[in-house]
Design a protein around this ligand. Structure first.
Ligand code: PEP
Ligand code: MG
Length: 871
C-alpha cells in the first residue's frame, strides 16, 4: 500500500522529492535533535494523486492523514478540537524546490468559538487567543475560500480607527474578539455558509487548498521562470503551532546564517516581538534586526546561534530559517538553503571553499547560472553617483542599479514595459500577485517590509533591483502619487534606486557596464577549469565582440552580417542592393558594401586575437530591411536614379506572404551569387590583412552558409565561395586557410546530415529556425498563443527560449550521429538563442557539441552551465 503521509520522525533530508524541501528538512532537524514542533508531511505524490483524482483527496490518503493526526495527538499530548487541551496546527506548502511566497500557509488551524474561549481562560491571555482566532479566520478565508484579504484588512483598519490606535498590537482582547465576529460575518456573507467549526473539516479543506495553490497563476509563472516542472507537485506540512504572539516574552523571526545580499559571514535576520511568522515575511510590520533579539531573549538567542552553526555545518551551505520563541523557548519551524543574490552566492561559495566545507567543483555547482545575469547588468556610474544626493535611504534588498519612470501597480508595470518604457514599481508593500509586474520593472521600491519581505526575496531570486521598507514615503496609492523628501512624485516621474545601498535618487543616474572580478572571477576560473565544452559568442559588431571577449568568449560562433548594416547610413547601400533590378545595379551597391564589411571583419579578427570567428553569410528576411518611410523611399529612389513609384513597385514585388520561409539564407546566394562572392572577398581580404599584422595568431575564417536544406544548395553556393576565396588567397600570395560550413536549421538538413557533412567543415545548429520549422510555429508570432499553451499545460516553457529536447533535440542528435562518421573532423556548435540557456547548454554538452554560442552577456552564464554539465 502506498505511503502518502510521513511523520517528521520518519523522514530525512534525502527524501526531498517525496516530502518537499520543507518536509525533508523538518524531518532532518528532528533527527538532529533540534527543537522542532512535531507534525507530519503529506507527500508530493499525494498532490499529484489529488490532481489525477480530479482534485479530490482520495479515501486512502485521507485515512493516512487522520491516522497521522492521531499520532500527533499522542506525541503532543494535545487533542484536535479539545476543550481543555486543544491541538492547533499550521498547514504549509513545501515543494521540492523552494518557491518563496508562491503558495499558501494557514496558521492556528483547529480553533473554533469553544476552543478559543478555553484557550483564552486557560492561558490567562485572552488577547493572544483572540488574535490567533481572527488570524485563522482571515487566512482560512483568504487561502481556502478565496475571500480577498482586503475585506479583512479594511475591518482591521476600521477597528484601529475606532480605537484611535496605529498598530495591530495595540488592539485589545475585546477588540480582537469583536473583529473575529466581524470576520465570520464577512465569511458568511461572501461564502454563504457558516465558518467551519470542525477542526478535521478545516484541515481537509486547508490541505486541498495547498494542493490547489500548486496550480495558481503566480506559482505557474514562478515555475516557468525557475525551471520547476509542474509534475513535481507540492507536499503539505502539518505542524503543531508554536506561538510567537503570546506576549512580550514571545516572538518570531527569519534569519540567515550569512547575509543574503552580500554573502558576508554572520547572522543576518529580523525579529518581531509578540507576532506570528506571517507578520515578518508578509512585510506588514517592519521588524527589528536580529541582534536585538540578543537583548530581549538572551537564552533563546544563544541556543539559536548554536542551531545556526549546527545547521550550516550539516548542510554545508548558508541556511535560511524561520523560528518562534514561545515564552522564551526556541522552536525551529523551517530551514533551507537560503535564496541569495548572485553577488552573495559567489562570495558564499568561495568562502565555503576557503573554510574547507566545499570543493571547487561543489562551489561551481552551487551557483545558479541564471542569477549571474544581474551581475552583468549595468551599475551606476561611480562619478555620477558620488555627485547625486539621495532623497532617502531604505533597505538595499536586492542589488543592482535601476532607473525609470514611476508606476504604482503591477499591471501598469507590465503595460508600460510592453510599450518600451523603463519603469520602477513603487508599492506600499508587494504581494505575491505582483510577480509579473516585478519582472517587468527595472526596480522595485516598497514603503513597508524588511530584508525578508516577499518583495525582497522574490526580487533577489529574479535578480531585479529592490529597495524596501522606505518609511519616509508618504504614499497615496489610490491617487498614484507619493511624497518623499518634500517633493511630490507622480506616475511617470523618474527615480533611480541603488539596490546595494538602499539609496533612492531623484531623476535618472547614468549607468556603466559591469565587469568580472573578485569572487566572480574566481568562480568563473573554476568553471573554465572543469568544463569541456567551449563557449563562443554571437557578435555582430566589433563592439559586441570586445564585450564578449571581456566576458570570456572563446570565439565568435555567429556573426549575423546583415546586422552590420543597422548602424548609421549603412542601411542605404544595403537597400540599394536589395532593391536592385539588374546585376550591374547590384554590383554597384555591393561595391559600396564591400569595404565596410571588410573593415568590420578586420576589427572582429583583431578583437578575437586568433580565436575562431564564424561569419554567416547574409540571411535577411527581406521585409526587415526594405524602407517603409516615405522619406527613406525617396532617398533610395534618388540614389538609384529612379522614381518613387518605381521603387515602390520593386518593394511590392519583394513582398512575401511568409518572409521567414521566403527569399532568405542561401536562397539569396543561389539567386544572386554576386552577394556571396562579395562577402567571401570581404572575409578573406580581412583575414589576410590581420594575419599579416599578427603572424602568430591562428586566423582561420569560418564561412557559414545559412538555411541549407539540401546538399545541392550547399554544393552550389560553396563552389563559387571556394573559387572566389582561392583566387583572393592566390592573388595575395597568402597561405591562409579557411573553412566552409553550414547552419543546421531546417529539419531536412538534420535528416540528411550525412550528405551535408560530406560538403561541410562544420555544423552550427540554428535552433531558432530549427524550432520554428520543427514545430511549425512562427518565431515572430508564437508569443501570441504561447500563454494559452501554458494555461492549458501543453507547454511549461517557451520552446524558443528553452530547447525542446524531445523533438528539436532529437533532430540535433540525429544530425551529429549522421554527420560525424562521414566527416570525422566535423566540428559542431549551436548559435540559436538556446546557446545561453542553462538547461539547453546541459543538453548540448550531453550530445557532444564542441561549443555553444550565445549573446555576449550570456557568455558567463553559458561558461558556468557548461561546467555544471561536465561536473
Ligand atoms: C537560428 O536560426 O537559430 C539562428 C541563429 O539564425 P537567425 O536567428 O539569425 O535566423
Ligand atoms: Mg536562422
Amino acid at each position: 500500500m502506498a505511503k502518502w503521509v510521513y511523520m517528521f520522525t520518519e523522514g530525512n533530508a534525502t527524501m526531498r522529492n517525496l516530502l518537499g524541501g520543507k518536509g525533508a528538512n523538518l524531518a532532518e532537524m528532528t533527527n538532529l535533535g533540534l527543537p522542532v514542533p512535531q507534525g507530519f508531511t503529506v507527500t508530493t505524490e499525494a498532490c499529484t494523486q489529488y490532481y489525477e483524482d480530479g482534485r479530490q483527496i482520495n479515501d486512502e490518503i485521507m485515512k493516512q492523514i487522520l491516522e497521522a493526526i492521531d499520532q500527533m495527538e499522542v506525541i503532543t499530548g494535545k487533542k484536535f478540537g479539545d476543550k481543555t487541551n486543544p491541538l492547533l496546527v499550521s498547514v504549509r506548502s513545501g515543494a521540492r524546490a523552494s518557491m518563496p511566497g508562491m503558495m499558501d500557509t494557514i496558521l492556528n488551524l483547529g480553533l473554533n468559538e469553544e476552543v478559543v474561549e478555553t484557550l483564552a481562560c486557560a492561558s490567562g491571555n485572552p488577547r493572544w487567543a483572540w488574535d490567533c482566532y481572527r488570524r485563522f479566520i482571515q487566512m482560512f478565508s483568504d487561502v481556502v475560500m478565496e475571500v480577498g484579504k482586503k475585506y479583512f484588512e479594511e475591518l482591521i483598519d476600521q477597528m484601529k480607527a475606532k480605537r484611535g490606535v496605529k498598530l495591530d498590537v495595540e488592539l485589545t482582547a475585546d477588540d480582537l474578539k469583536e473583529l473575529a465576529e466581524q470576520f465570520k460575518a464577512e465569511y458568511k456573507e461572501k461564502i454563504g455558509t457558516d465558518f467551519p467549526t470542525d477542526p478535521k473539516e478545516q484541515l481537509t479543506e486547508a490541505i486541498k487548498a495547498v494542493f490547489r495553490s500548486w496550480d495558481n497563476p503566480r506559482a505557474n509563472v514562478y515555475r516557468r521562470d525557475n525551471d520547476i516542472p509542474y509534475s513535481w507537485g507540492t507536499a503539505v506540512n502539518v505542524q503543531m503551532m508554536a506561538f510567537g504572539n503570546m506576549g512580550d516574552d514571545c516572538g518570531t523571526g527569519v534569519a540567515f546564517t550569512r547575509d543574503p545580499a552580500t554573502g558576508e559571514n554572520g547572522l543576518f535576520g529580523e525579529f518581531l516581538i509578540n507576532a506570528q511568522g506571517e507578520d515578518v515575511v508578509a512585510g506588514v510590520r517592519t521588524p527589528m534586526h536580529i541582534s536585538e533579539m540578543e537583548e530581549k531573549f538572551p537564552e533563546a538567542f544563544v541556543q539559536f546561534k548554536q542551531v545556526c552553526e549546527t545547521l550550516e555545518k550539516h548542510y554545508r551551505d548558508m541556511q535560511d530559517m524561520e523560528f518562534t520563541v514561545e515564552h522564551g523557548k526556541l522552536y525551529m519551524l523551517q530551514t533551507r538553503n537560503g535564496k541569495r543574490t548572485a553577488k552573495a552566492a559567489l562570495k558564499i561559495a568561495c568562502d565555503l571553499v576557503d573554510e574547507g566545507m566545499r570543493t571547487e567543483e561543489e562551489a561551481v555547482t552551487m551557483i545558479d547560472p541564471r542569477n549571474l545575469d544581474s551581475l552583468l547588468h549595468p551599475q551606476f556610474d561611480a562619478k555620477a553617483l558620488k555627485e547625486a544626493t539621495p532623497l532617502a535611504k531604505a533597505l538595499g534588498a536586492s542589488p543592482g542599479a535601476a532607473c525609470g519612470k514611476i508606476v504604482f501597480t503591477a499591471d501598469d508595470a507590465v503595460e508600460w514595459a510592453e510599450r518600451g518604457e523603463k519603469v520602477v514599481l513603487v508599492r506600499l508593500e508587494t504581494s505575491p500577485e505582483d510577480i509579473t509586474g516585478m519582472k517587468s520593472a527595472q526596480g522595485i521600491l516598497t514603503v513597508r517590509g524588511g530584508m525578508t519581505s516577499h518583495a525582497a526575496v522574490v526580487a533577489r531570486g529574479m535578480g531585479t533591483c529592490c529597495v524596501s521598507g522606505c518609511g519616509d514615503i508618504a504614499m497615496d496609492e489610490a491617487n498614484k502619487k507619493f511624497t518623499l523628501a518634500g517633493k511630490e512624485y507622480h506616475e511617470g516621474d523618474c527615480i533611480s534606486l541603488d539596490g546595494s545601498t538602499g539609496n533612492i535618487y531623484d531623476g535618472i543616474i547614468p549607468t556603466v557596464d559591469a565587469t568580472i572580478a573578485g569572487e566572480f572571477g574566481r568562480i568563473m576560473g573554476w568553471a573554465d577549469k572543469y568544463r569541456t565544452m567551449k563557449v563562443r559568442t554571437n557578435a555582430d559588431t566589433p563592439h559586441d565582440a570586445v564585450k564578449a571577449r571581456e566576458l570570456g568568449a572563446e570565439g565568435i560562433g555567429l556573426c549575423r552580417t546583415e546586422h552590420m548594416f543597422f548602424e548609421g547610413n549603412r542601411i542605404d547601400a544595403f537597400r540599394e542592393m536589395i532593391c536592385s533590378e539588374t546585376e550591374e545595379e547590384r554590383e554597384a551597391a555591393l561595391a559600396k558594401i564591400l569595404p565596410e564589411q571588410q573593415g568590420d571583419f578586420e576589427k572582429l579578427y583583431e578583437a578575437l586575437e586568433g580565436n575562431p570567428v564564424t561569419i554567416r553569410f547574409l540571411d535577411p528576411p527581406l521585409h526587415e530591411f526594405v524602407p517603409t518611410e516615405e522619406e527613406d523611399i525617396k532617398k533610395l529612389a534618388d540614389a538609384q536614379g529612379k522614381t518613387v513609384e518605381q521603387i515602390k513597385t520593386i518593394i511590392d514585388s519583394l513582398h512575401e506572404f511568409n518572409p521567414m520561409m521566403g527569399h532568405r539564407g542561401c536562397r539569396l546566394a543561389v539567386t544572386y551569387p554576386e552577394i556571396a562572392k562579395m562577402q567571401t572577398r570581404a572575409v578573406i581580404r580581412a583575414a589576410i590583412n590581420v594575419k599579416k599584422a599578427h603572424p602568430d595568431w591562428n586566423v582561420k575564417p569560418e564561412i557559414m552558409i545559412p538555411l541549407v536544406g539540401d546538399i545541392k544548395e550547399l554544393k552550389y553556393v560553396k563552389k563559387f565561395v571556394v573559387e572566389t576565396a582561392d583566387a583572393e588567397i592566390a592573388a595575395a600570395g597568402s597561405d591562409l586557410e579557411y573553412e566552409v560550413g553550414t547552419m543546421i536549421e531546417i529539419p531536412r538538413a538534420a535528416l540528411t546530415a550525412d550528405q551535408i557533412a560530406s560538403e561541410a567543415d562544420f555544423f552550427c545548429f540554428g535552433t531558432n529556425d530549427l524550432t520554428q520549422m520543427t514545430y511549425g510555429f512562427s518565431r515572430d508570432d508564437a508569443g501570441k498563443f504561447l500563454d494559452a499553451y501554458y494555461d492549458a499545460k501543453i507547454f511549461e516553457n517557451d520552446p524558443f527560449a528553452k530547447l525542446d529536447q524531445t523533438g528539436v533535440g532529437k533532430l540535433m542528435e540525429m544530425a551529429i550521429e549522421l554527420g560525424k562518421p562521414v566527416n570525422p573532423s566535423l566540428h559542431v556548435g549551436i548559435c540559436g538563442e538556446h546557446g545561453g540557456d542553462p538547461s539547453s547548454v546541459e543538453f548540448c554538452n550531453k550530445i557532444g557539441l564542441d561549443y555553444v554560442s550565445c549573446s555576449p552577456f550570456r557568455v558567463p552564464i553559458a561558461r558556468l552551465a557548461a561546467a555544471q554539465a561536465a561536473i
